[in-house]
Design a protein around this ligand. Structure first.
Ligand code: GLA
Length: 735
């Protein structure tokens, strides 16, 4: 595979199919970054370090070390010896000194890819059994006795490079890790544009771009979870980069807690791009002999624009991250009762929905919030995971059986990390809620968060969920998390270790999800956090789908799904048909458009199906058939972004091609009609140029090259919010 070292042992080359990453050693001790870009076989890039290794250079370096440190392209920069840019590593020793100087010690090339204990990580194999290779570079600060392992893994079928870092205390004193990022990348600024993903509740992951300018641009979360507001994603692009051309360097974090993602443009027009656990509120105590490993950062380089970057992330996550056995399976069409009933339901109502749903071809009923304790609104009962017998006479097991008898699978909602002040659990264990002694904790949605840094709390929370799952035949769980963390601290961690809280919380969540996967391997898990606040690669490791947003309005969803699909596969995006008018924005749209947009993800409904008109029911039947017809293609195909409503304010369009390019599905949404316009050219991508494709339902046949270069002509449709699915199939070859 692609990892090599030159014969002098001072240059490291990591080659994926289309990219090369080079590092080199200066003055026999500093590991520097040389190059990340198009694939090359030549690795002799020492000159790119811009240092003079002769006597004059070495003398200069002694006399003016600070000038060297302040502009050298460090592979893993540390704090305290003259590099004034933001470091990847800051360590404090027992004396309170924060100086650390990492020097190169050695390397090892290993076949395979290590797992990270207690954390999600990309893995070798997947269904295709693809192989991996890992380069470990050892750095050391001899005075501190600190050893740092930089890990770079590649897979033979991917252009991504996976990075993580382990710090090992081989000294005799305690060390305090104040900051330890997973990846840092120093390079020349090439008039880069920076793309990030931002939002809020109900409008997650909007693509935002700006020109990189002097100073720092920081994106992060200090909410204890990934957040609605910011994604752990950065992409630097050269000027004029489009979906199909231009250079892109991107990072994404396999983690579900506090993160920082940063670019810093320095005084010499160099750029440092970095990502990892947010240092605010973080401090990890490293006793002699102990080690700390960071979560993984996925790095992707594309010389063919954002589209290629997207497809690299998609296939990496599909082949090497998502563990669920459902990954490559068609997911059941579900109906969720949340927006149909909110808290106002009982078994009879749910059964009436299930029976009607069955007639229309829906395959699973999901019972959302409100089935437990005395929860008739959001003011109580989180933590009391026992059934409300007034609502479900006979309990969950009986309801699950009845739903199964009606011919549907059965799913259930939990919010296992939470505790309501008005709950039996809180009355029994008030100290299990995250809080500071003597200070009234801040509520969010009337609830507190459980202290998952405590093993007995993790065990209890896990058992509450598992007990229900063991007692009834349950096919699916929606795991929600409806508020961020605040008033952070634990009664049991102790003052010295309080800086470990946020990370230990995330490890608690991961432990619960891991146990769930192990004990219930046939369970389909969908993660959720007030919509999409925990849509991240960490959660994708455990659940093959994540609820994308509480906003199901198809027009709002265009922007949300465009941003989500920039990084995450369509197979992971929870998408449902909502009621009309939409509950979040009040917009009225046709069922056809709601369905066509939802068909881009895992498909389902979130409305009271018993209240639909006969005409709407017939439409629902039709869309369910469409789902069965197209979902293999949507789930497994290659995704191309054709046009963006966010950019043009008029229409949106995306495309999915089967891997063999025999079949293509295009979704076109005309947001606004405009009078007196010619038909619109839709230039498709990734087709076989010399194949002829027939548009389903017509006699129209076009060559691949015509569709890609000249485009398909889409007529304007009468009205706003109109949409169309265009399904092309290869019929003959031109030669
Ligand atoms: C969150 C979820 C919703 C629903 C409610 C229930 O907001 O995103 O889908 O489950 O919680 O309280």
């Amino acid at each position: 595979m692609g990892i090599k070292v030159n014969k002098e042992g001072n240059i490291f080359q990591i080659n994926t199919e289309n990219s090369t990453y080079l590092m080199g050693i200066a003055y026999g001790k500093y590991l520097g970054h040389l190059y990340y870009g198009k694939r090359m076989e030549d690795m002799e890039g020492q000159y790119l370090l811009r240092v003079k290794e002769d006597e004059a250079g070495i003398n200069w370096h002694r006399r003016d070390k600070i000038t060297l440190m302040d502009s050298f392209y460090f592979e893993y920069p540390s704090w305290g010896v003259g590099d004034y840019r933001d470091p990847a590593l800051r360590v404090r020793d027992e004396g309170g000194f924060r100086v650390c100087e990492l020097e190169y010690e050695g390397y090892e090339i290993k076949s395979g890819k290590p797992c990270l204990e207690g954390m999600p990580a990309t893995f070798e194999g997947g269904e295709a059994g693809q192989k991996a290779q890992t380069l470990e570079i050892i750095l050391r600060d001899a005075l501190l006795g600190l050893k740092v392992l930089l890990r770079y893994s590649i897979f033979e079928d991917s252009d991504a490079i996976i990075r993580s870092v382990t710090a090992i205390n081989e000294g005799t004193q305690k060390l305090y890790l104040e900051k330890i990022l997973s990846a840092s990348l120093d390079m020349d600024n090439e008039d880069y544009q920076l793309f990030t993903l931002h939002g809020s509740w109900a409008r997650e992951r909007r693509i935002t771009g700006r020109t990189v300018s002097e100073g720092k641009h920081i994106v992060g979360s200090l909410r204890g979870e990934t957040s609605h507001q910011n994604q752990p994603f950065l992409a630097l692009t050269t000027n004029g980069t489009s979906q199909t051309s231009g250079d892109v360097i991107a990072m994404n974090f396999v983690y579900s807690g506090n993160f920082i993602a940063e670019t810093e443009l320095d005084h010499k027009d160099g750029i440092r791009m970095s990502m990892g656990i947010h240092p605010d509120g973080f401090e990890w105590v490293l006793k002699p002999g102990a080690s700390f490993t960071t979560p993984e950062v996925v790095m992707v380089y594309s010389s063919e624009g954002l589209g290629k970057m997207t497809r690299t992330f998609h296939s990496l996550y599909q082949n090497h991250l998502i563990c669920s056995k459902f990954l490559h399976q068609k997911r059941p069409i579900l109906i969720n009762n949340w927006e149909a009933t909110y808290f106002d339901f009982d078994d009879a109502k749910l059964l009436s929905i299930a029976k009607e749903a069955k007639k229309l071809g829906i395959e699973m009923l999901v019972m959302d919030d409100g089935w437990f304790g005395k929860r008739n609104n959001d003011e109580s009962s989180l933590g009391d995971w026992f059934v409300n017998e007034e609502k479900l006479r006979g309990g969950v097991a009986v309801l699950a059986e009845q739903v199964h008898e009606a011919g549907l699978k059965f799913g259930i909602w939990f919010e296992p990390e939470m505790i309501s002040p008005d709950s039996e659990l809180y009355r029994a264990h008030p100290d299990w809620a995250i809080q500071v002694p003597g200070r009234e904790p801040s509520m969010g949605r009337h609830q507190y968060v459980l202290d998952l840094t405590r093993q007995e709390v993790v065990d209890h929370a896990y058992e509450s969920v598992a007990k229900i799952l063991r007692s009834a035949s349950i096919d699916y769980v929606k795991w929600d998390m409806n508020r961020p963390l605040a008033d952070v601290g634990s009664f049991t961690l102790g003052a010295e270790y309080m800086g470990e809280f946020y990370h230990r919380y995330v490890l608690g969540v991961y432990q619960m999800q891991e146990r769930l996967m192990q004990e219930f391997p046939d369970l389909l898990l969908e993660n959720c956090s007030g919509g999409g606040a925990r849509f991240d690669p960490g959660m994708l490791y455990y659940s093959p789908q994540i609820w994308t947003s509480d906003d199901m309005d198809p027009i709002e969803r265009l922007t949300i799904q465009e941003g989500t699909a920039l990084v995450y596969p369509l197979s992971t995006m929870g998408a449902h048909i909502c009621v009309c008018p939409n509950h979040t924005v009040g917009r009225e749209t046709s069922m056809e458009t709601r369905a066509n947009v939802a068909l881009a993800g895992t498909f389902g409904y979130e409305l009271d199906i018993t209240k639909l008109t006969e005409e709407e029911k017939n439409e629902a039947k039709f869309f369910n058939q469409q789902y069965h017809k197209y979902h293999d293609l949507v789930r497994e195909g290659a995704y191309y972004r054709i046009a963006s409503y966010r950019e043009n304010q008029r229409y949106d369009c995306w495309q999915v091609n089967s891997r063999d390019r025999q079949e293509v599905l295009v979704t076109y949404v005309q947001v606004r009609n405009e009078p007196e316009q010619r038909s619109r050219r839709i230039r498709l991508q990734g087709l076989a140029p010399r194949l002829k494709y027939q548009l389903e339902g017509t006699e129209e046949v076009y060559s691949g090259e015509m569709l890609m270069n000249a485009g398909y002509l889409q007529e304007m449709m009468y009205g706003d919010y109109r949409s169309r699915l265009l399904h092309f199939t290869a019929v003959e070859s031109l030669n």
